[in-house]
Design a protein around this ligand. Structure first.
Ligand code: CMP
Length: 140
């Protein structure tokens, strides 16, 4: 079933020059980019985006890190897009990520783990709406 998911290339991924490499992996996995934007989150936006983690001990560090540089945000569309993107990313902690995944190949730590991807259909819808208006989605 065709699905949409939100993907973020985090500040460490942009800084390492990985946008092209990661976009190639999306294409090879049959995931189409139907919206994309580079932006630099401010503190309020990062707190809002990661609000589900606000009670976690790593929340402030996560917000500081996600506001430390530009990010690339995209909506991916394809069959089982949510799980396919999660397979490409690998486990949250790069030390646990399967070989050949983005996080295993390029991640430094659980925080500097290169990419974010929605974890289910509910969060995918919410996260896409957080960054994009309907008219900014371009299925093709
Ligand atoms: P992400 O998929 O963006 O969702 C929440 C993020 O919190 C996660 O990736 C990690 O980068 C970050 N994070 C930082 N520290 C931790 C931790 N100890 N456990 C889980 N996630 C963490």
């Amino acid at each position: 079933m065709s699905q949409r998911t939100l993907s973020i290339i985090k500040p460490d991924g942009v800084a390492q020059g990985l946008i092209g490499e990661i976009y190639k992996r999306f294409a090879d996995a049959g995931l189409k980019i139907i919206a994309a934007r580079m932006l630099h989150l401010d503190d309020q936006q990062a707190r809002e985006f990661y609000r589900v983690h606000c009670e976690r001990p790593f929340y402030d560090d996560l917000v500081a890190y996600m506001t430390s540089g530009p990010i690339m945000v995209q909506v991916l569309e394809g069959v089982d897009a949510i799980d396919r993107n999660r397979e490409l990313m690998g486990a949250t902690n790069p030390a646990d990520a399967a070989r050949g995944t983005v996080r295993a190949d390029f991640g430094e730590s659980v925080e500097r783990n290169v990419v974010h991807g929605s974890d289910g259909p509910g969060t995918a819808g919410e996260e896409i709406d957080f960054f994009f208006r309907r008219a900014e989605l371009h299925p093709h």
